[in-house]
Design a protein around this ligand. Structure first.
Ligand code: 13P
Ligand code: 13P
Ligand code: MG
Ligand code: MG
Length: 373
């Protein structure tokens, strides 16, 4: 059967700053989705959270970008905001719901979504990755490793279905444009774009042998849509694994290296991405460091079997220690780049106002007194 997986997430408020959601928020979201499963709109769902972001993982048969599904997610986030976040006075209540007038599609409305339709295999394992305190470009490096780097993924060399390579659909988040690039032969073009993580993000990955969908990420940029600082677009991503796709272990492998991503406090700093189990999916030090959780599922006749908490394992202990060491080093730089993001990324923060307030005092050299007045 053809099944659609929709992972839709939003930050609609959290306890103790941008730390984490409260259980009551998840309960309200679960109730809304339960009703939708009873009515037949959803095949199944799983509600979870990473830090202050609620994640709705849903299966159905409506295809991506479906009005009823987007409306359902919007209603769930709205009810959580109205019934829990606002009455409890949680921080940033309703943060990611940019408009009161929902138009039937989540694009440009605030919540992030990764959606894809595929023919369910006899056994359909997949990995859902969800991160807090970072942005969609954070997936670029791991996605390249997983789908284009044989040093990470030996399947690219020894699995007949993978050896033809993958297509990377890359999005220009400034221009809202897409380009399809073929690996291995266009690997350098892929890298030329996705190395600019604040602008280009991998939207999806497709297997060339049969054009099967392999991975989909949430690619919108909330900050660009809102035109002011509203937090980073903490991203989600799903990857189909095994039998002709990367092995689960190949999909997890890049996260053994805590690579540097943009986000962290005030969405304005560079720091390491720490792989954690659900119990540690909450941000503390300097509002971070940025975290990633990986949940494994089987989809069976549309049912979600799981999850398995993939980073809750000693094999990732060294990555966590390494990330903490990197965090010390990066923090030492205080408000200096490259710990603080560059000016183009700071455009929507209050740094722009500091620059504006100084603009009338900026003078050409010849107008400056030799000794300051
Ligand atoms: P505020 O305290 O003004 O929200 O800013 C700090 C922060 O955490 C940015 O979201
Ligand atoms: P979130 O994007 O997770 O809400 O974090 C905002 C922030 O500024 C934390 O310092
Ligand atoms: Mg928040
Ligand atoms: Mg968040």
């Amino acid at each position: 059967m053809k099944v659609t997986l929709s992972v839709i997430k939003a930050d609609v408020g959290s306890i103790a700053g941008h730390h984490k959601v409260v259980p009551e928020q998840l309960e309200v979201a679960e109730k809304v989705l339960s009703k939708a499963r009873e009515s037949g709109l959803l095949l199944d769902f799983y509600v979870t959270a990473v830090g202050d972001d609620i994640q709705l993982i849903m299966t159905h048969t409506k295809g991506p970008d479906n009005k009823e599904i987007h409306d359902l997610a919007w209603r769930a986030f709205k009810e959580v905001t109205d019934k829990v976040s606002k009455p409890m006075g949680l921080y940033g209540a309703g943060q990611d719901l940019l408009s009161d007038a929902f138009s039937g599609n989540l694009k440009g409305m605030g919540p992030g979504f990764a959606e894809g339709e595929f023919e369910e295999r006899p056994s359909e394992p997949l990995l859902v990755l969800m991160a807090d305190k970072t942005e969609p470009g954070a997936w670029n490096w791991p996605l390249y490793k997983i789908f284009a780097d044989p040093m990470c993924t030996p399947g690219l060399v020894i699995d007949a279905k993978m050896r033809k390579g993958f297509i990377f659909r890359v999005m220009d988040m400034y221009e809202d444009k897409f380009v399809d690039l073929k690996t291995p032969e266009e690997s350098y073009e892929v890298l030329a774009l996705i190395g600019t993580t604040g602008r280009y993000a991998v939207h999806s990955v497709w297997r060339r042998a049969d054009n099967a969908l392999a991975a989909v990420s949430s690619t919108a940029r909330l900050s660009l849509m809102a035109g002011r600082y509203v937090g980073k677009d903490d991203p989600c991503l799903f990857i189909r694994v095994q039998s002709g796709f990367p092995a689960m272990g190949e999909a997890l492998e890049p996260f053994a290296t805590p690579h540097l991503v943009a986000g962290w406090t005030r969405g304005s700093h560079v720091g390491p991405l720490i792989p954690v189990g659900i119990k540690d999916a909450k941000c503390t030090r300097f509002d971070g460091p940025p975290r990633v959780v990986g949940l494994g599922f089987q989809i069976t006749k549309g049912r979600l079997i799981g999850p398995a908490d993939m980073f809750d394992d000693i094999a990732f202990d060294r990555a966590r220690q390494e990330a903490n060491r990197i965090a010390d080093f990066m923090r030492m730089h205080g408000p200096f780049m490259p710990h603080r993001l560059g000016p183009e990324e700071m455009e929507y923060t209050q740094l722009a106002e500091v620059l504006k307030s100084l603009s009338s005092r900026m003078k050409p050299a010849k107008e400056m007194l030799v000794v300051p007045a």
